[in-house]
Design a protein around this ligand. Structure first.
Ligand SMILES: [Zn+2]
Length: 95
């Protein structure tokens, strides 16, 4: 599953600063857009503020991390085997 697919599946509610009505937005849309128009009041919801910018960056990083569980497991296994190799070597060196 690619980051984009996951981003189009996951949605989150975003409150409109003008009418306070929440609208469900796709995570991929929030990451890739600077603003959108509220369906209730047609007011502009700004996603380019400092807070939103930081949040969108975190969302993007989280999606990237989520789509690579296999790689993370492989890395973890590699570390374990390196530890085991080290322990085995120490056991051999012991007098
Ligand atoms: Zn609104």
């Amino acid at each position: 599953m690619s980051t984009e697919e996951l981003g189009y599946i996951l949605k989150m509610p975003v409150p409109c600063p003008h009418c306070l009505q929440e609208s469900e937005q796709m995570v991929a849309f929030l990451i890739n857009n600077e603003n959108f128009r509220c369906l209730e009041c047609s007011g502009m919801v700004d996603l380019a503020s400092e807070e939103w910018f930081a949040f969108r960056q975190k969302l993007s990083e989280a999606l990237t991390a989520l789509q690579r569980p296999a790689a993370a497991v492989t890395r973890y296994k590699g570390r374990i085997s390196a530890q085991q190799r080290y322990r085995r070597r120490r056991l051999c060196e012991r007098p």
